[in-house]
Design a protein around this ligand. Structure first.
Ligand SMILES: *Cc1c(COP(=O)(O)O)cnc(C)c1O
Length: 455
């Protein structure tokens, strides 16, 4: 019999989980106005809201915290981080930021964007917002069937559409962004072949290529596993090949650097780096700390060393795939292949009695909380507003190194209970919502009561 893929770590520090009853959760969710962001974290049993900044640091990372050099300028911590990032990415200029969106904001402040367009395989929401605030327009060019095709690399950019847009917007393209993995498209991986083909077109069109590298390690693992001819290439070489095609990278260190806070901006060009530093000093801090403490830089450097461990990535992807299969067996509809960092449920397909304006994703997310104290995230009409052809998704993101197989089994069992009553889940109505980023603070209510769940 095949042996199970085990968590390749032992647990040294534990954090208790408060177990709530269905009756308690009913009251808590009503108090939160059916918005899972408004719950207190302690009232959640398994928190799958995001994989961002929620990972568990290793013993070596905590040791690195103690080695942190808190000098204002030129701290040893910075040079340790610089060395690791240069080796990993080959980028000459390494600028820390307080999180990923700060790197995006700085890039969008120093590259002229007014009246320009940015082309992408899928812009993350903060990246798109930063481009728009700077006067630019973001255009996503995924494959038309990216979320339904079940291809190994559903995160790829559609090259024919890229060619068409490079021609159509000639002279007014600020840069191209490749997001790895493609969060907006269900966290699906991007192939090295596609990255190289996009880079080749960018070079010919003299348009810079930016890598949004948040999940570079998970993407590298998928390339090694599923791209023809890549099985025997070490993960560090694959990661380097991904960075090699880019002129700039932005990264949220809260993902694949496995720290709780931090970001990175990497730049090859000296003149661009100087402009970045001026803005960084103005808004984040001196370039050798960028809004972070020295100890944060050391933890980040160590996390970047650990994340390409093949056993860690194998375990992480195995957990996500297992959960995706389990949920599919339960009768839910899952975006396939599963991302490494999350399982995306298609609530629109699972709850066909609800129209997109009934917010099936939010209804399913609320039911998962009521049934078992799971916190997930709606990625559909509540998050983005009405949109033609948008899938109504619920994301169950898996924090790094935090939950064990039995936690994952529990999630599967809760999903099974919800799947059984999915045709009875109610439409959700928005009572009040702010104009922007409404999913964070909207107040909602179910049109009819949710079914009762047992403990
Ligand atoms: C999280 C994320 C960001 C933004 O990073 P923050 O650290 O949250 O500011 C950008 N792009 C992608 C793909 C992300 O997942």
């Amino acid at each position: 019999m095949a042996r199970p893929v085990i968590e390749p770590f032992r647990i040294k520090v534990v954090e208790p989980i408060k177990i709530t009853t269905p009756a308690e959760r009913r009251a808590l969710l009503a108090d939160a106005r059916y918005n899972l962001f408004s719950l207190r974290a302690e009232d959640v049993i398994i928190d799958l809201l995001t994989d961002s900044g929620t990972g568990a640091m290793s013993a070596e990372q905590w040791s690195a915290v103690m080695r942190g050099d808190e000098s204002y300028a030129g701290a040893k911590s910075y040079f340790r981080l610089q060395e690791v990032v240069r080796e990993l990415t080959g980028m000459e200029h390494v600028l820390p930021t307080h999180q990923g969106r700060a790197a995006e904001r700085i890039l969008c402040a120093v590259v002229p964007l007014r009246g320009k367009v940015v082309l992408s395989n899928g812009l993350f929401d903060t990246t798109r917002a930063n481009i728009e605030v700077a006067g630019g327009a973001g255009i996503d060019l995924p494959a038309a069937d990216a979320l339904t095709a079940h291809r190994p690399f559903g995160g790829d950019m559609d090259l024919a559409r890229l060619d068409e847009h490079l021609a159509r917007h000639e002279g007014s393209i600020a840069f191209v962004v490749m997001t790895v993995t493609n969060n907006t498209m269900g966290g699906q991986a991007v192939s090295l072949g596609n990255l190289r083909a996009v880079a080749e077109r960018c070079r010919r069109a003299r348009v810079p290529l930016v890598l949004d590298a948040c999940r570079f390690a998970e993407n590298a693992y998928r390339i090694q596993r599923d791209e023809p001819g890549m099985r025997d290439t070490p993960l560090s070489e694959i990661a380097r090949a991904m960075f090699d095609v880019a002129d700039v990278f932005t990264m949220s260190a809260k993902k694949d650097a496995i720290v709780n806070m931090g970001g990175l901006l990497g730049v090859r060009d000296g003149a661009l780096a100087e402009a970045v530093k001026v803005n960084l000093i103005l808004t984040e801090g001196f370039p050798t700390y960028g809004g972070l403490a020295g100890r944060d830089l050391d933890a980040m450097a160590q996390g970047l060393r650990e994340v390409l461990d093949p056993h860690y990535l194998e375990y992480r992807y195995a957990a996500a795939r297992y959960l995706a299969k389990r949920m599919e067996d339960d009768g839910l509809v899952v975006v396939q292949p599963a991302a490494a960092h999350a399982v995306y449920l298609d609530a629109g397909a699972a709850l066909p009695h609800l129209a997109p304006s009934d917010l099936p994703g939010q209804s399913l997310a609320c039911a998962l909380y009521l049934a078992g104290g799971l916190r997930s995230c709606e990625i559909g009409e509540l998050m983005f507003g009405p949109g033609e052809g948008r899938r109504q998704l619920v994301r169950l993101a898996i924090p790094r190194r935090v939950y064990t197989q039995s936690h994952i089994d529990y999630v599967g069992a809760v999903a099974e209970d919800v799947a059984r009553v999915r045709h009875q889940l109610p439409a959700m109505r928005i009572l009040s919502a702010p104009a922007h980023l409404r999913h964070f603070s909207a107040a909602l209510e179910p049109a009819t009561p949710f079914p009762e769940f047992d403990a």
